[in-house]
Every structure is written in C-alpha cells, then in structure tokens.
Design a protein. Structure first.
Lengths: 501, 740
C-alpha cells in the first residue's frame, strides 16, 4: 500500500512531463507490440493528459460516470495493474523486477520496450521472451539454433558482431565495444565476424586517387592498415567458445582496394596472443583472410597445447607446405578433432607431414584438404597413415590431382579400416583402373557410408557398384543404429553434411 | 541478407524438417525392435499359413489382416527409400555444382600456372634480351665517349637512340601485352564473376527446387503413408464393424432363443407349480392329520415317559446313593489295595533279592555239588576198584572160609564118625561102617568151577593125551574134566592139530622162529594160543564151540557126500542137531555129550578097523579148514556182542546148593543114631554125676586139708614177727590167753 502511495505521490509533480513521455512511448509501444496493452489502462492516462485541471476533470468524470450507463467496476483498472503500468513506464530509471511476484514480473516483461538501454536490461532480464522481441525487432531473420537456442545470447552475439563489423580503427571509439563488454561477457559464446574494416583515413586519402594506383600505393602504407585488435575483447568474454573470423571487407563496391583485404602481421600477432590467452576457445575459424605460411605458423604456434581447442578451420587461405607442417605438429600437440585446410596451397611435402602426424593420432575425426595440390605422393602418404589410424572418420581429398596409385593404396585401406565413414575423392584423375581397384576395396568394407567419386574419370559402372555397396553399408548402419538404440541419425545426417561440405 | 547466409539459414530448418519427417515414421512405429520382431513373426506366420493352405485350410481373415498390416509398413518403407534416394540425388545435384566449380577452378589453376610459367619465362627472356640490349647500349656509350668526330658521335647517338627506342618499344610492347593480358583477365574475371553468380543462382535454384521437391515429396509421402494408414484403419474398422455386427447378430439371435426358451420354461414351471401346489395342499392336509394323530400319540407317550422318568429318577437317585457309597468303599479299597500293592511290591523286591541270592547260592551249591559229584564219582570208582578187589579177596576169603569150615565140618564129621565108631565099637560093641556121602568128597565151594581159558584146556588136554598115550588108553577118558560137554579128546586134539597146521598164517612169524627149538607139544600149545588169540577164542565154551562147529561141518559133509554105512541114528541125530543148532547151550551140551559118547563108541569101533576106513576127523579136508574158520568167526561175533551185559551176574555165586550142602553136612549123623546117642548120653550123664559127686567130695577133703596147713603157717608167721615183742601187750599173749 505504501509503495503505491509513494508512487502516486511521486507521480504528481512530474505529471505532465511523464505523461508526455508516456504518450510517446506508448505510441511507439503500440506500434511495435500491437494491441497488447489493455484499453482501460490507456483511457485514464489519456484523460489525465488531456485535462490540466484535476478538479474540473474530477467533476466531469464524476458526472460522466454517473450518467454512463455502461459503467461498471470491471472497467476500473486494478491498482496492481496501474502499478505495473507505472513500473513499465519508468523501468529505464527505476528498474524494479526481482522484487515482484512472478506473475507480475511476467506481465511487466511482456510490456517492456525492446528499446530500453542494454545497461539496464542486460544483466537484469533473463526472460527469453523479451529478448525474442528485441531480436525480432532488430533483425528480420533470426536463427536461434545457431546461438544455442538462447535469444538473449543471440541478441548479444549479433549485437557484438554488428559493432565489430562496423568498427573503424581510429575513428570509432574503442569504448563503444569495451563498454558493452561487462554487459555481454556472460552471454557471448560465439563471435562470428566476417568483415573487419581498415582504418578510415587511408581509404579517405585513397578514395580520390585512381583505382589503378591503389594497388601500388596501398602496399606502401601497409603497416598502418591494422584492424581492430581483438585482444581486449577476447580476454573479456569469459565464455567464448567459438571464434569465426574473416578479415575481409564486404560491399566495398567501386571502392575496391587491395589493401582493404590485408591481414597484417600485427593483426596476426595480436590475434595469436588473444587466442592463446583464451582458454575456453573450442572452435577457431580464420577463413578467406590471405593467411600465408608465416602467419599460419604464428597462429598455430600460439595454439600449440591449447587445452580445449577442437576445431581449426583455415580454409580459403594461402597456406603452403610449411603451414601444413605446422598444422601437422599441432595435430599431436592438442585435442584437435576437426582440421580444415580446404582451398590452400598444400603440396606433397605438406601432405606427407600431415600423414606422418595422422598415422598415430587418436583425436582427429575429420580432415579436409579440398582444393589443394597434394598429388599422388601426398595421397599415398595419407593412405599409408590411414592403415594405422583408428580415429579418422571423414576425409576430403577433392581436387588434389590424385590418380591411380593413390586409389590402389586407398582400396587396401578400405579393406582394413573400419572407422572411416566418408571419403571424398571428387575432381581427381583416378581413372578407370583406379575405380576398379576402389570397387574391389569397397567390396570388403562394411563401414563406409559416403564415397564421392564425381568427376574423377571413374567408369560409371564401378561408380554405380560402389554406390550399391554404400547403400548396403548405409542400410546396415541404419539397422545397427536402430537395434541398440532408437536413434536413426546416420542417414538423415548425411544430407546436411554433404551440403555443408 | 546475403545468399549463402540465407541458404545456410534455410538449410538447417530444412534439415530439421527433413530429419523430423524421416524420423517420424520410425517413431510412429513405436518400437523398432518390436517391429522387427513383428515382421519376423509375420513371416513365420505367413509361411505357416501357406503350409496350411497347402493342407487345405484357408484362413482368410487372418491373412487379410496380415496384408493390411504389411501395406502400411510397405508404404512406410517405400517412402523411406524414396525419400532417402531423393535426398541423396538432390544433394548430389546440388553439390554437383560445387564439384564442377572445383574442377573448373583446378583447370583454371593449372592453366594459370602454365600461363604464369610462360609469362615468367617470357619476362625472363625479355629481361635477358633487354639486358643484353642495355649492355650493348651502355657499352656503346663508352664507345661513344671515345668518339671525337661529331658526326660519328651523332650517328652513334642516333643509333643509341634508336636502340633505346627499340628497347623502350620492346618494353612498352611487353607492358602493353601484359596490360592486354590484364584486361583480358579482367574481362575473364568479370566473366567468372558472372559465371559464378550464375552458378550461385543455379545453386540457389537447385537448392530451392530441391527444397521444394523434398517438401513436396515429403508431403506426398506423408500423405501416402497417412492414406495407407487410413485405408488400413478403414479396413480394420470395417472388418471390426463386420465382426461386431456379426457378433451382435449372433448375440441377438441367441438372446431371442434364450427368451423363447425362457418363456417356454416359465410356462412349464407355472404348470408344474400349479400341479405342485395342488399336490402340496393334499399332502399338507394328510400330513396335518397324521401329525395331529402323532401329536396325540406323542402326548400320551410323553405322559408315559414322564412317569417312567420319575421312576427312573428315583431309581437313579437311589443308584447314585449306592454308587456314592460304593465309590467311598472303592476309595477305601483302593487305598487298601494301594497299600497292599506297596506291600506286595516290597515283598516282590525282597523275593527278588532272595531269588537272586538263592540263584547265587544254588549256583554255588551246584558247583560244590558238581565238585562233590566228581569227587564221588572218583570215590565210586575207587570204591568199585576196592570192591572188585574186595570181591576177589572176599572170594578168596569165602573160599578159604568155606574150605576152613568145610575142613572143620569134615573134622567134626570125622570126629563124629570117630566118636560114632568109638561108640559103636567101644561102648556098643557093634561093627561100624563109614557112611558114604557125595558131599563128603566135596572140596571147596560148590559149583565154583573156574572158567578155564582155552589154552589151559588145551594144555590139559594135551597133557592128558600124553598121559593116555603113555598109559595106552589104560583108563578110559571118563570125564577127566568136570565139563558137561565132553567131546572125545582125540577128535578135539586132532581138530586142534589140524587147525594148528592149517592156520599157521595166524601166528606171527617171530613166534614161529621161537617155537622151533621147543618140544612138539609145547610148540602146538603156543601155536594154538596164538591162533586162539587171533580168532578171539577166549573161554572154554568158545573152544568147544569151535570143535563142535568142525564136527558139524564134517558131519554135514559126510551126510551129503559119503554114504557111509554108519548107522542112520547118528545121521538122524546129526540132522536133528543141525535143526536145533541154535538151541540152548545146555541142550547142545547134552547132545554133544551124547554124540561124544556115540562118537567114542564109534571111534572105538573104528579103531579096530583103522586101515579100512579113514577116521572121520581126518575126513575134514585141510582146504576146508579156512572156510570153516571163516564161518565160525562170523558166527562167533554175533553171540559175543550180546554176551557182555550178563557178565556181571557171572560173579554172583549160586548159593542155592550151599544150604543143602551144609544141611547135608549136618545130617551126616542120622536121627536114629542121635536118639541112640541121646540115650547113651543120659546114661552116661547119670554115671557122670555119680562120678562127679565122688570127685567133689574128694576135692573138698583135699581143700580142707590144704586150708588147715595154710592157717598153721600163717599163725606161725605172726607169732614169729618182732612187733609182737615190742608191744606192751603182745598179741601172742592175748592170743594165748584166749587160746590158752
């Protein structure tokens, strides 16, 4: 009772201002959230705001009530309703939530505006429904599944992503991000940034200049083209698990310059230091960022003996044999389960070093060397390694200039190995004989579920027969999965894997 | 947003959708394992059904249901396969683009590499040539410095310029070429971009198409499956409905049947009830009457019973009293009996202990008695021995006494005879002849003939024969032995001699050797002794039996073989003897005696004609001796066995004749003679008395005389003694006085 009295007392002095504010907010409110607020709550407010004289108002109301034939007690809002309304209206200044009863809390949360400053809401509100509204308001397309099914986490992750994407070193205040840090540190687990903007002055200088010159002159000013240093942010996020970075500029349009896409050594060092300091990181992805051997080695060195890292994705870079050798070293100095070096420049020596590391590895499940150039020597080395490996399940060797010798070795591996479930040899020159040998190998295998031989010069007949064998294996796997437990993930899981890979 | 993002965004949704779609059928079929099990069972059932069908049974309903069940499952399986295929093909179709781009990229890279290599080569060549040219130019500059002639210099400069221009031109050409290449590359890049965007568009299209397709097929399949299930359900419903209706109809029919049945039954029961009611009424009446009668009777009986009851009560009370008394009595008796029992128990115990004691005692007694008995037996034996001894001694004594008495008697008799003779001769003056009585000759006890052993007899016999031989049959052998059965000695001897000769085997060889130096008679004697001991002949009887046996045998032979002129009497007697061979001993003895006598006569008769006819004993062939002996031994054994018991009686003397004998002895003097003697005695007595009186008187006289003398001597003695002198008054004086 006292509370209500005080609130009503407080309400009086700042009556007009609050009312106006309310009016605007309610207007926005209604527009955004639709017909959620009940009508009776609005009517008195509007009545109050309209009439500056309370006395006249009172008389008129009294008269109206007396004469209103439809008047009934049901129309009169309850005091709790009124209080809740008030709390909602003044939430930004006086956030009261935890002290209320759960039903009232719910009511308040249902009516709160998503535009409230994060400083107020971030650590106070855990209700998913509120954050859902926030997300839906900001982004038209939302995939909660990508953010662990939590709308709040999604909101903060995407918010942070947005900020990072549009952060321009030098011009933007780093405090913008660092202020956010205490609010979002408990909710952000995944940072996915696919664009880092370079400092703004250089593009400004260069913008008037010719595009033809930019190539030559951009190189000159390379040292200044450093991007945002993630160190502080990563150190601040206590639950960070996934870091997905692309040092790239999107939608540059006609402002294209080579130096927009530079991943400098300083960037590299700072990133390496950041990920080394982050002991919760499980997945690290650095793609399409022109990472060459040296930078790759710097990053990999920082990842050596990382406690929890499970997945490393360095696809679409410029990594050569030395980088591959570094990755091979990393394989046996971490708990890495997935390694993706697709679309790099790994050649036979790199593949051999990877094979050497793979021979006795017991962690790695998936290895992707798509669009490299390991050729037969590397392929044979990998096949030899697979004869002793008992862990790897997925191997992608598409587009690696492999030919018949690798196929013969792989067919032997197929007969022995019982862990491999998926092999991709598409876009190689396996040849007719290699296809036959692979078919022979397949006839002894009962575990392989996928075997991609498209565009690899294999005879259609053997490809078809291999497909039959795979089908039989899949059926067997399905039966196996059905019998011990009621899961049937093998076949249904195939589709998405394929599309993603 | 950007297409890959949207695609990536779309994909998971789709995947989820797909996965749920595909998962759905398997989830719907609740337990997959169960499903598999069910499938197996169904297969088994189907096989079974087929078999049954072959056998002729047709189970349509069951089969239909099975087919229905399989329809939905088939549909599900079909859709699953179809969808899997669709997904696989779709993903392949979508990824085909990627693969194609990959391979294009690879080709591009290869080409690029080739071009790059060519370009580098070209550039290197260019660098080399331009360097050469440049070197040439620079060398020419040196050359130019040496040139002094302007024209030459100019010329040279020109050429230099030309060269430079050429170099520059080359370079420019190269640059322009490179720029051209760049431009083409740009174009190609633009083309590639376009192519890539096309590809992406294619990819998007395909993806969309795939998504659409998948959605559509999933919907279709879902619809199909649902339809299949629906159809199945409908069929199931229809069949169930049919079944239900059939069941309902059957039920209705049954219900109707039951109803009619019930109606009928109700009618029946009503009829029965009516009948029953009437019958019951009648019965009720009769029973009522009967019961009333019964009640009356029972009341009467009750009265009677009451009376009896009272009587009984009284009786019972009386009985009760009696019984109570009896009970008391019985308790008293009981206690008494108990006491008695206790007492008896005590007694019993005592008796038991006594009994035990007695048993012990008797055992001891028994032991002592047995010991006594043994001792007594021993004593008895000793006694017997002693008795035997005493018997012998008694015999001896008896004999001695007998002899003594006999002697005495004979003395007395002799004295009597002497007295008689003296009386006869001296007192009477008559001649006296000595009476001859048989008993006077008797010496020793009567009939106490000792059983002589066979050998003794033989010895005697032999001696006798010797004597006879010596005397030359001077005296006929008139019973030289006091035996009642006399066989002629000669025959006996002959027989014995024959026996002795023939049965030498019975004698021990040692004995034979010892016998050699002896006399013929002794030799015979010893031989016979040995033979008799071997044959078991002990006594005289046995010997005679033997002899008789021999004789009988011979007689038998004689009668049978030889028709001798000998009198038929003998033969008759022999025959009679044979008939009564087993007669009494006495008879036999008499007969043999008679025979012996006859034989004697016969022998005597024969003796005269010795030469003419061989003597009968010799008639026995030596060969027959053994046979005879054998038969004899066989015969002898039998009586011998039965003879043992009466042997004791043998010792009992026959004393019947003794009294006779002694009586006879007393009556040696006949009564007449006694009378004579009595008379004589009286006479003599009288004479004696006279004589004695005389003697008496004589004796009296002599004694008186003697006494007188004695008294005189005594008086003398007294008077002469010294005492008389010492005495104051000597008796002598006194005496003298009186006497004096």
């Amino acid at each position: 009772m006292q509370e209500t009295v005080t609130t009503s007392a407080l309400l009086d002095p700042s009556h007009s201002s609050v009312s106006t504010q309310d009016k605007s907010s309610t207007g926005g409110h209604t527009s955004s959230t639709g017909p959620q607020p009940s009508k009776p709550s609005i009517t008195p407010v509007s009545a109050k705001s309209r009439n500056p004289h309370p006395g006249a108002n009172f008389h008129r109301m009294r008269r109206i009530i007396a004469e209103d034939p439809e008047w009934s007690l049901a129309i009169v809002p309850l005091l709790t309703e009124l209080c809740i309304q008030h709390i909602i209206r003044n939430f930004q200044n006086n956030p009261i939530l935890k002290q209320m009863l759960p039903e009232h809390q719910q009511k308040v949360l249902n009516h709160l505006s998503p535009d409230l400053p994060l400083a107020v809401t971030a650590n106070l509100i855990d209700n998913e429904n509120y954050w859902l509204r926030c997300c839906m308001q900001r982004w038209p397309v939302c995939h909660v599944a990508h953010h662990g099914g939590s709308w709040k986490r999604m909101f903060f992750e995407r918010h942070l992503e947005n900020l990072l994407k549009h952060f321009i070193p030098g011009t933007t205040d780093p405090a913008v991000i660092l202020d956010l840090l205490p609010l979002c540190r408990n909710y952000v687990r995944r940072v996915h940034v696919d664009q880092f903007l370079p400092p703004v002055q250089i593009p400004a200088q260069l913008r008037p200049g010719d595009q033809s010159d930019s190539g030559s002159e951009g190189e000159m000013e390379e040292p200044t083209v450093d991007h945002y240093q993630l160190g502080d942010l990563v150190a601040g996020l206590s639950h960070l698990e996934e870091l997905d970075l692309v040092y790239d500029v999107k939608d540059c349009g006609m402002n294209f310059e080579w130096n927009l896409f530079l991943f400098t050594y300083r960037d590299c060092h700072s990133l390496a230091a950041a990920i080394k300091a982050c002991h919760t990181l499980k997945i690290f992805k650095l793609t399409r960022s022109k990472v060459d051997d040296d930078k790759a080695r710097i990053i990999i060195r920082s990842l050596l003996d990382h406690p929890v890292l499970e997945e490393l994705d360095l696809s679409h870079n410029l990594i050569g044999d030395r980088g591959a050798r570094g990755a091979a070293k990393l394989l046996n100095h971490s708990r890495l389960r997935v390694l993706n070096l697709a679309n790099n420049q790994v050649r036979a020596p790199g593949a051999q070093s990877l094979a050497h590391a793979l021979a006795h590895n017991t962690n790695l499940i998936s290895l992707n060397l798509r669009l490299n150039c390991i050729e037969d020597e590397g392929g044979q080395a990998l096949a030899h390694a697979l004869q002793t490996n008992k862990c790897l399940t997925t191997l992608h060797l598409g587009g690696n200039e492999l030919s018949e010798p690798t196929a013969t070795l792989l067919s032997q591996v197929l007969a022995i190995n019982t862990t491999l479930t998926s092999i991709n040899l598409s876009c190689n020159h396996i040849g007719l004989d290699g296809g036959k040998q692979l078919l022979e190998g397949m006839s002894d295998n009962k575990t392989l579920l996928e075997f991609d031989l498209r565009l690899s010069d294999v005879a259609q007949e053997s490809e078809y027969l291999i497909g039959q064998a795979l089908y039989a294996n899949r059926e067997a796997a399905r039966q196996r999965a059905l019998n011990p437990s009621h899961f049937m993930s093998t076949i249904t899981a195939n589709g998405p894997e394929n599309s993603v890979g | 947003m950007n297409p890959p993002g949207s695609l990536a965004g779309l994909d998971p949704n789709l995947d989820e959708h797909l996965s749920t779609q595909i998962l759905a059928p398997s989830v719907h079929s609740d337990n997959p394992q169960e499903r598999i099990q069910a499938r197996r069972l169904r297969i088994a059932a189907r096989l079974e059904a087929r078999r049954r069908e072959a056998l002729g049974e047709y189970l349509d309903g069951k089969k239909e249901s099975e087919e229905d069940q399989s329809k939905s499952y088939k549909q599900k399986e079909e859709s699953r396969l179809k969808l899997a295929k669709l997904l696989l093909c779709g993903t392949e179709l979508v990824t085909n683009i990627q693969v194609a781009i990959d391979i294009r990229e690879i080709h591009r890279r290869v080409e690029e590499e080739e071009i790059k290599r060519q370009r580098i080569e070209k550039l290197e060549n260019e660098v080399k040539t331009s360097q050469d040219k440049f070197d040439e130019i620079t060398s020419k500059w040196e050359e130019g410095k040496q040139k002094r002639i302007p024209q030459e210099l100019w010329e040279m400069l020109n050429t230099q310029q030309l060269h430079c221009a050429g170099l520059l031109e080359d370079k420019n050409k190269l640059i322009s070429e490179l720029q051209q290449e760049l431009k083409t590359k740009d174009d190609q890049y633009v083309k590639d971009l376009k192519k890539q965007s096309d590809d992406i568009c294619l990819l998007l299209e395909r993806m969309e198409e795939q998504v659409k397709n998948v959605m559509k097929t999933f919907r279709e399949e879902l619809y199909n499956i649902e339809k299949a299930f629906e159809v199945e359900r409908q069929e199931l419903l229809a069949s169930n409905k049919k079944k239900w209706e059939r069941a309902l109809q059957a039920h209705n029919a049954k219900e109707l049947e039951y109803l009619t049945n019930r109606m009928k039954k109700v009618e029946d029961y009503e009829k029965q009830l009516n009948r029953q009611r009437i019958w019951d009424c009648e019965e009720y009446n009769t029973i009522k009457i009967k019961l009333e009668q019964d009640v009356q009777i029972l009341e009467q009986q009750l009265q009677q019973r009451k009376a009896i009851y009272q009587l009984n009560q009284e009786k019972l009370e009386y009985n009760l009293q009696v019984l109570k008394k009896r009970d008391e009595e019985s308790t008293v008796i009981k206690s008494q009996q108990k006491r008695k029992i206790n007492r008896l128990h005590d007694i019993l115990n005592n008796l038991r202990s006594k009994y035990a004691k007695q048993i012990k005692q008797f055992q001891e007694e028994n032991q002592s008695l047995t010991l006594d008995y043994k001792r007594l037996v021993l004593q008895f034996k000793e006694l017997q021995k002693a008795m035997r001894h005493f018997a012998l001694i008694d015999d001896e004594k008896f004999r001695e006494i007998w002899l003594m008495n006999e002697e005495e008697a004979k003395d007395l008799i002799a004295r009597a005879f002497d007295v008689d003779r003296i009386i006869h001769t001296h007192h009477l003056g008559l001649p006296w002849t000595a009476p001859d009585f048989w008993f006077l000759k008797n010496v020793g006890p009567i009939s106490q003939q000792p059983q002589k052993s066979a050998t003794q007899i033989v010895e005697e016999m032999l001696m006798h024969t010797e004597e006879e031989e010596a005397e030359e049959a001077a005296s006929e052998p008139e019973s030289y032995l006091d035996l009642p059965k006399q066989i002629s000695e000669k025959t006996t001897k002959k027989i014995l001699m024959l026996l002795c000769d023939e049965s030498g085997f019975l004698i021990e060889s040692k004995l034979l050797s010892l016998l050699l130096p002896l006399e013929q008679n002794e030799c015979y004697l010893l031989r016979l002794d040995a033979i008799f001991s071997a044959l078991g002949i002990e006594s005289e009887d046995d010997l005679y039996k033997l002899v008789n046996f021999f004789l009988k045998y011979r007689a038998h032979r004689l009668s049978s073989s030889l028709q001798i002129k000998s009198c038929s009497q003998a033969s008759m007697e022999k025959a009679s003897m044979e008939e009564t061979s087993m007669g009494s001993e006495l008879e036999l003895a008499e007969q043999t005696e008679m025979e012996g006598a006859k034989e004697e006569s016969l022998v005597e008769g024969e003796k005269e004609e010795e030469e003419e006819t061989p003597p009968s004993p010799w008639d026995i062939h030596p060969n027959d001796v053994l046979k005879i002996l054998e038969a004899f031994v066989m015969g002898l054994k039998k009586p011998r066995d039965s003879r043992a018991p009466p042997r004791v009686q043998k010792n009992m003397r026959n004393n019947s004749k003794d009294s006779e004998y002694w009586q006879a002895l007393t009556t040696v003097i006949p009564s007449s003679k006694q009378n004579l003697w009595d008379a004589l005695y009286t006479a003599l007595e009288k004479y004696h008395i006279v004589l004695t009186q005389r003697a008496k008187l004589l004796l009296e006289n002599s004694s008186l005389e003697q006494r007188n003398t004695e008294l005189q001597a005594l008086l003398q003695q007294y008077l002469n003694s010294k005492i008389n002198s010492e005495l104051q008054v000597p008796p002598t004086q006194v005496l003298r006085v009186p006497t004096k």
